[in-house]
Ligand binder design. Structure first.
Ligand SMILES: [Zn+2]
Length: 303
């Protein structure tokens, strides 16, 4: 298939994005349209997670000031997914965003419900509850459980710094999520090594791992991932712009795929990394890293 035909094919195909952080998931194009007076210059790359957090705090957050701004960011995220023919969006809504509503977790739950309702004819929006590992644990449990029990969240996801972080305080929360039939995801193995992936699997028993790319360094870890039937939700451009991977040509994706790992391709933070799902697929096709048939397997894996 020619590149031009592949482009048309992938753009028209229904897609899922299962690793995305809702308030950062709008396209830069939609952002500029919704916030015409904001003059943000998006960096071409970031100095790791720390550099990315620096940009969010010092630049993006000068635009995201009020609760209405936050809702606008969330709406452009869902609209950007629809623009790319994403029909299933599993995006995390960060528990800490209750900040925008005077710490009212009920208000966050209400916003999530309203967004689902507003866009339901166009997209299946299934929010994950997103938890930063550094959030106060008391809050994680009190507000987190309210969210999980609200019926508005379909998954749970944990993120933040990966190296030397003790995840045992979250074991109980993951047990509660499982009891409520909520899908369990966790960020690990983007910047941390394969051993951290092993440890996380044994501790939290996630159904899916966000990134997990360093599994490629260990046959044992890849065996464990296959044995536990865990899916890796990978975001290639995010990995490259954050410096976790040197270039797409050397991305562990190919090797993970060849080792029989079930994986998907996602956007992570579209507003920062500026590559839609279709664009991620097009780059992989263009570089001849995967065949059309293999890309179809990856695309449909996400559903
Ligand atoms: Zn992520």
């Amino acid at each position: 298939m020619y590149l031009k035909d592949f482009k048309q094919h992938i753009i028209n195909s229904p897609k899922a994005d299962v690793h995305s952080h809702l308030h950062l998931a709008g396209s830069q194009k939609r952002f500029k349209r919704r916030f015409p007076n904001a003059h943000l210059k998006f960096p071409e790359s970031y100095d790791g997670l720390t550099g990315m957090i620096h940009f969010i705090y010092n630049h993006l957050n000068t635009v995201m000031l009020t609760d209405q701004d936050l809702v606008n960011f969330m709406e452009i995220a869902i609209e950007s997914a629809i623009d790319d023919n994403v029909i299933l969006l599993e995006a995390s809504v960060d528990l800490g965003l209750a900040n925008f509503f005077g710490q009212s977790i009920e208000k966050i739950i209400e916003v999530v419900k309203t967004l689902q309702e507003k866009y339901k004819s166009k997209i299946d929006f299934k929010p994950d509850l997103g938890i930063n590992k550094d959030l106060n644990l008391e809050k994680v449990y009190s507000d987190g459980i309210k969210c999980l029990e609200s019926g508005s969240f379909y998954g749970i996801d944990l993120y933040g710094q990966e190296i030397n972080k003790d995840l045992s305080p979250f074991v109980k929360l993951y047990d509660i999520a499982r009891d409520l039939n909520i899908k369990t995801k966790v960020h690990i193995g983007e910047f941390s090594d394969h051993e951290s992936i092993d440890k996380t699997i044994k501790l939290l028993h996630p159904q899916e791992i966000q990134h997990g790319i360093r599994a490629v360094d260990s046959t044992k870890t890849m065996d464990l991932i296959r044995k536990e039937d865990i899916r890796l939700n990978i975001c290639p451009t995010s990995n490259i712009l954050l410096g976790a991977v040197g270039s797409l040509e050397y991305h562990p994706l190919r090797q993970l795929f060849d080792n029989g790992i079930n994986l998907t391709i996602n956007t992570d933070d579209l507003i920062l990394f500026n590559a839609s799902i279709s664009e991620e697929f097009i780059k992989l096709f263009e570089l001849n890293l995967f065949s059309l048939e293999e890309l179809e397997v990856i695309r449909t894996n996400a559903f």
